[in-house]
Design a protein around this ligand. Sequence first.
Ligand SMILES: Nc1ncnc2c1ncn2[C@@H]1O[C@H](COP(=O)(O)OP(=O)(O)OP(=O)(O)O)[C@@H](O)[C@H]1O
Ligand SMILES: [Mg+2]
Length: 247
Amino acid sequence: MNATIDNKVAGALELKDLCKSFGSGLSYTPVLHKAHFEARRGELLMLVGPSGCGKTTLLSILAGTLHADEGEVNVLGHPLHALSESQRTAFRSKHLGFIFQQFNLIPTIDVAENVSVPLLIQGLGNREARRRAVAMLERVGLGKRAHEKPLKLSGGEQQRVAIARALVHNPPLVLCDEPTSALDSENGVAVMELLREAANEPGRTVIVVTHDPRIYHYADRMAEMEDGRIFRVLSGAEEIRTHHPAF
Ligand SMILES: Nc1ncnc2c1ncn2[C@@H]1O[C@H](COP(=O)(O)OP(=O)(O)OP(=O)(O)O)[C@@H](O)[C@H]1O
Ligand SMILES: [Mg+2]
Protein backbone atom coordinates (compact mmCIF):
# COMPACT_ATOMS: atom_id res chain seq x y z
CA MET A 1 0.00 0.00 0.00
CA ASN A 2 1.52 3.36 -0.91
CA ALA A 3 1.67 6.26 1.54
CA THR A 4 -1.21 8.20 -0.05
CA ILE A 5 -3.67 5.30 0.17
CA ASP A 6 -2.39 4.47 3.65
CA ASN A 7 -3.16 8.02 4.82
CA LYS A 8 -6.66 7.85 3.41
CA VAL A 9 -7.38 4.64 5.30
CA ALA A 10 -5.93 5.98 8.56
CA GLY A 11 -7.59 9.41 8.35
CA ALA A 12 -11.25 9.61 9.24
CA LEU A 13 -11.98 12.71 7.24
CA GLU A 14 -10.41 15.51 5.31
CA LEU A 15 -11.89 18.67 3.83
CA LYS A 16 -9.71 20.42 1.27
CA ASP A 17 -10.01 23.98 -0.04
CA LEU A 18 -13.67 24.16 0.82
CA CYS A 19 -15.66 27.16 -0.44
CA LYS A 20 -19.30 27.85 0.33
CA SER A 21 -21.47 30.93 -0.06
CA PHE A 22 -25.20 31.55 0.23
CA GLY A 23 -27.50 33.77 -1.83
CA SER A 24 -26.64 36.08 -4.69
CA GLY A 25 -26.61 39.79 -5.52
CA LEU A 26 -27.28 41.92 -2.43
CA SER A 27 -27.87 38.83 -0.27
CA TYR A 28 -24.59 37.15 -1.31
CA THR A 29 -22.92 35.77 1.86
CA PRO A 30 -19.54 34.10 1.48
CA VAL A 31 -19.06 31.71 4.42
CA LEU A 32 -16.20 29.25 3.83
CA HIS A 33 -13.04 30.39 2.04
CA LYS A 34 -10.70 27.57 1.15
CA ALA A 35 -11.23 25.95 4.54
CA HIS A 36 -9.03 22.97 5.33
CA PHE A 37 -10.01 20.57 8.09
CA GLU A 38 -9.14 17.06 9.12
CA ALA A 39 -10.13 14.69 11.91
CA ARG A 40 -8.72 11.32 12.90
CA ARG A 41 -10.20 8.03 13.96
CA GLY A 42 -10.47 7.60 17.72
CA GLU A 43 -10.49 11.29 18.62
CA LEU A 44 -12.89 13.81 20.06
CA LEU A 45 -12.28 17.00 18.12
CA MET A 46 -13.88 20.28 19.12
CA LEU A 47 -14.64 22.94 16.54
CA VAL A 48 -14.84 26.42 18.07
CA GLY A 49 -15.21 29.97 16.73
CA PRO A 50 -17.37 33.10 16.90
CA SER A 51 -21.06 33.01 16.03
CA GLY A 52 -21.62 33.12 12.28
CA CYS A 53 -18.09 32.00 11.34
CA GLY A 54 -19.40 28.90 9.53
CA LYS A 55 -19.25 26.02 12.05
CA THR A 56 -22.73 24.64 11.33
CA THR A 57 -22.15 25.13 7.61
CA LEU A 58 -18.95 23.07 7.81
CA LEU A 59 -20.68 20.36 9.89
CA SER A 60 -23.56 20.17 7.39
CA ILE A 61 -21.09 19.69 4.54
CA LEU A 62 -19.40 16.92 6.53
CA ALA A 63 -22.79 15.31 7.08
CA GLY A 64 -23.52 15.50 3.36
CA THR A 65 -26.71 17.53 3.92
CA LEU A 66 -25.18 20.61 2.30
CA HIS A 67 -23.10 20.70 -0.86
CA ALA A 68 -19.90 22.78 -1.02
CA ASP A 69 -19.39 25.12 -4.00
CA GLU A 70 -15.78 24.02 -4.35
CA GLY A 71 -13.36 21.67 -2.66
CA GLU A 72 -13.07 18.05 -1.62
CA VAL A 73 -14.91 16.30 1.20
CA ASN A 74 -13.40 12.89 1.92
CA VAL A 75 -15.10 11.13 4.81
CA LEU A 76 -14.12 7.58 5.83
CA GLY A 77 -12.82 6.96 2.33
CA HIS A 78 -15.99 8.30 0.64
CA PRO A 79 -15.63 11.36 -1.65
CA LEU A 80 -18.89 13.09 -0.62
CA HIS A 81 -18.34 15.94 -3.10
CA ALA A 82 -18.55 13.43 -5.95
CA LEU A 83 -21.56 11.40 -4.75
CA SER A 84 -25.17 11.80 -5.86
CA GLU A 85 -27.88 12.90 -3.40
CA SER A 86 -29.10 9.31 -2.95
CA GLN A 87 -25.54 8.04 -2.43
CA ARG A 88 -25.00 10.70 0.24
CA THR A 89 -28.26 9.72 1.96
CA ALA A 90 -27.12 6.10 2.00
CA PHE A 91 -23.73 7.19 3.37
CA ARG A 92 -25.41 9.10 6.21
CA SER A 93 -27.70 6.30 7.28
CA LYS A 94 -24.80 3.87 7.61
CA HIS A 95 -21.88 5.96 8.83
CA LEU A 96 -23.22 8.98 10.66
CA GLY A 97 -24.81 9.91 13.96
CA PHE A 98 -25.91 13.53 14.45
CA ILE A 99 -26.69 15.35 17.71
CA PHE A 100 -28.27 18.83 17.61
CA GLN A 101 -28.46 21.66 20.12
CA GLN A 102 -32.24 21.31 20.45
CA PHE A 103 -32.34 17.47 20.58
CA ASN A 104 -34.71 17.18 17.53
CA LEU A 105 -36.69 14.25 18.92
CA ILE A 106 -40.06 13.33 17.40
CA PRO A 107 -42.66 14.29 20.06
CA THR A 108 -45.47 11.98 18.93
CA ILE A 109 -43.61 8.68 19.36
CA ASP A 110 -42.05 7.21 22.49
CA VAL A 111 -38.41 7.44 23.46
CA ALA A 112 -37.50 3.91 22.27
CA GLU A 113 -39.18 4.53 18.91
CA ASN A 114 -37.14 7.71 18.54
CA VAL A 115 -33.94 5.79 19.19
CA SER A 116 -35.05 3.05 16.75
CA VAL A 117 -35.27 5.42 13.77
CA PRO A 118 -31.71 4.90 12.39
CA LEU A 119 -32.17 1.12 12.64
CA LEU A 120 -35.55 1.19 10.86
CA ILE A 121 -33.98 3.31 8.09
CA GLN A 122 -31.37 0.59 7.72
CA GLY A 123 -34.16 -1.96 7.24
CA LEU A 124 -34.20 -3.70 10.64
CA GLY A 125 -37.57 -5.13 11.78
CA ASN A 126 -39.59 -3.26 14.42
CA ARG A 127 -39.09 -5.73 17.23
CA GLU A 128 -35.31 -6.07 16.87
CA ALA A 129 -34.93 -2.31 16.39
CA ARG A 130 -36.84 -1.67 19.62
CA ARG A 131 -34.81 -4.29 21.50
CA ARG A 132 -31.55 -2.62 20.45
CA ALA A 133 -32.96 0.84 21.16
CA VAL A 134 -33.88 -0.14 24.72
CA ALA A 135 -30.41 -1.68 25.25
CA MET A 136 -28.85 1.59 24.04
CA LEU A 137 -31.15 3.60 26.33
CA GLU A 138 -29.93 1.47 29.24
CA ARG A 139 -26.35 2.46 28.37
CA VAL A 140 -27.24 6.13 28.72
CA GLY A 141 -29.14 5.49 31.97
CA LEU A 142 -32.66 5.83 30.54
CA GLY A 143 -33.82 2.21 30.13
CA LYS A 144 -36.78 2.81 32.44
CA ARG A 145 -38.03 5.78 30.36
CA ALA A 146 -38.28 3.86 27.06
CA HIS A 147 -42.11 4.03 26.94
CA GLU A 148 -42.45 7.74 27.63
CA LYS A 149 -42.92 10.52 25.13
CA PRO A 150 -39.81 12.75 24.82
CA LEU A 151 -41.47 15.90 26.19
CA LYS A 152 -42.03 14.18 29.56
CA LEU A 153 -38.24 14.11 29.99
CA SER A 154 -35.97 16.92 31.17
CA GLY A 155 -33.66 18.69 28.70
CA GLY A 156 -30.65 16.69 29.90
CA GLU A 157 -32.57 13.43 29.55
CA GLN A 158 -33.79 14.37 26.07
CA GLN A 159 -30.21 15.06 25.00
CA ARG A 160 -29.19 11.62 26.34
CA VAL A 161 -31.98 10.11 24.21
CA ALA A 162 -30.58 12.03 21.22
CA ILE A 163 -27.14 10.55 21.98
CA ALA A 164 -28.65 7.05 22.14
CA ARG A 165 -30.29 7.69 18.75
CA ALA A 166 -26.99 8.92 17.29
CA LEU A 167 -25.07 5.86 18.51
CA VAL A 168 -27.59 2.99 18.21
CA HIS A 169 -26.44 1.94 14.71
CA ASN A 170 -22.80 2.13 15.82
CA PRO A 171 -21.70 4.80 13.32
CA PRO A 172 -17.97 5.52 12.95
CA LEU A 173 -18.61 9.29 12.74
CA VAL A 174 -20.63 11.29 15.28
CA LEU A 175 -21.26 14.99 14.64
CA CYS A 176 -22.59 17.21 17.44
CA ASP A 177 -23.72 20.82 16.96
CA GLU A 178 -23.57 22.60 20.34
CA PRO A 179 -24.88 19.58 22.26
CA THR A 180 -24.55 21.16 25.72
CA SER A 181 -25.59 24.76 25.12
CA ALA A 182 -29.23 24.19 26.10
CA LEU A 183 -28.18 22.37 29.29
CA ASP A 184 -27.06 23.33 32.79
CA SER A 185 -23.57 22.40 33.99
CA GLU A 186 -24.49 19.06 35.51
CA ASN A 187 -26.37 17.82 32.44
CA GLY A 188 -23.66 19.21 30.17
CA VAL A 189 -21.10 17.09 32.01
CA ALA A 190 -23.30 13.97 31.73
CA VAL A 191 -23.65 14.50 27.98
CA MET A 192 -19.90 15.09 27.49
CA GLU A 193 -19.04 11.98 29.53
CA LEU A 194 -21.17 9.94 27.11
CA LEU A 195 -19.59 11.57 24.06
CA ARG A 196 -16.11 11.05 25.51
CA GLU A 197 -16.91 7.36 26.07
CA ALA A 198 -18.23 7.14 22.49
CA ALA A 199 -14.99 8.65 21.14
CA ASN A 200 -12.95 6.06 23.04
CA GLU A 201 -14.45 3.26 20.96
CA PRO A 202 -11.95 2.04 18.36
CA GLY A 203 -12.25 3.63 14.95
CA ARG A 204 -14.80 6.25 15.96
CA THR A 205 -14.48 10.01 15.46
CA VAL A 206 -16.59 12.48 17.43
CA ILE A 207 -16.72 16.14 16.33
CA VAL A 208 -18.29 18.62 18.74
CA VAL A 209 -19.08 22.21 17.75
CA THR A 210 -19.22 24.31 20.89
CA HIS A 211 -19.04 27.76 22.47
CA ASP A 212 -18.87 26.25 25.93
CA PRO A 213 -15.47 26.59 27.69
CA ARG A 214 -16.78 24.36 30.53
CA ILE A 215 -16.36 21.35 28.25
CA TYR A 216 -13.07 22.17 26.49
CA HIS A 217 -11.12 19.69 28.62
CA TYR A 218 -12.97 16.76 26.98
CA ALA A 219 -11.22 17.47 23.64
CA ASP A 220 -8.25 15.56 22.23
CA ARG A 221 -7.78 18.38 19.74
CA MET A 222 -9.43 21.71 19.08
CA ALA A 223 -9.85 23.31 15.64
CA GLU A 224 -10.35 27.08 15.82
CA MET A 225 -12.30 28.79 13.09
CA GLU A 226 -12.58 32.41 12.06
CA ASP A 227 -13.65 34.17 8.86
CA GLY A 228 -14.53 30.96 7.07
CA ARG A 229 -11.40 28.95 7.69
CA ILE A 230 -9.60 26.92 10.35
CA PHE A 231 -6.71 29.11 11.51
CA ARG A 232 -5.24 26.92 14.26
CA VAL A 233 -5.45 23.37 15.62
CA LEU A 234 -4.50 22.75 19.26
CA SER A 235 -3.49 19.28 20.47
CA GLY A 236 -3.99 18.00 24.01
CA ALA A 237 -5.36 19.53 27.22
CA GLU A 238 -2.18 21.48 27.99
CA GLU A 239 -2.03 23.29 24.66
CA ILE A 240 -5.77 23.99 24.77
CA ARG A 241 -5.44 25.40 28.31
CA THR A 242 -2.51 27.59 27.25
CA HIS A 243 -4.65 29.30 24.61
CA HIS A 244 -7.93 29.20 26.55
CA PRO A 245 -6.85 29.76 30.17
CA ALA A 246 -10.41 30.35 31.41
CA PHE A 247 -11.37 26.70 31.10
N1 LIG B 1 -29.22 28.59 4.38
C1 LIG B 1 -28.60 29.77 4.51
N2 LIG B 1 -28.93 30.82 3.72
C2 LIG B 1 -28.29 32.00 3.82
N3 LIG B 1 -27.29 32.25 4.70
C3 LIG B 1 -26.93 31.26 5.52
C4 LIG B 1 -27.55 29.95 5.48
N4 LIG B 1 -26.96 29.16 6.41
C5 LIG B 1 -26.04 29.93 7.01
N5 LIG B 1 -26.00 31.17 6.48
C6 LIG B 1 -25.09 32.26 6.87
O1 LIG B 1 -23.78 31.74 6.89
C7 LIG B 1 -23.03 32.26 7.98
C8 LIG B 1 -22.49 31.13 8.82
O2 LIG B 1 -23.56 30.44 9.44
P1 LIG B 1 -23.34 29.18 10.40
O3 LIG B 1 -24.69 28.75 10.83
O4 LIG B 1 -22.50 28.18 9.71
O5 LIG B 1 -22.52 29.84 11.59
P2 LIG B 1 -22.10 29.23 13.00
O6 LIG B 1 -20.62 29.40 13.13
O7 LIG B 1 -22.65 27.86 13.16
O8 LIG B 1 -22.81 30.24 14.02
P3 LIG B 1 -23.46 29.96 15.48
O9 LIG B 1 -22.29 29.81 16.42
O10 LIG B 1 -24.24 31.20 15.76
O11 LIG B 1 -24.31 28.73 15.40
C9 LIG B 1 -23.98 33.20 8.72
O12 LIG B 1 -23.73 34.51 8.28
C10 LIG B 1 -25.33 32.72 8.29
O13 LIG B 1 -26.27 33.79 8.31
MG1 LIG C 1 -24.09 27.02 14.40
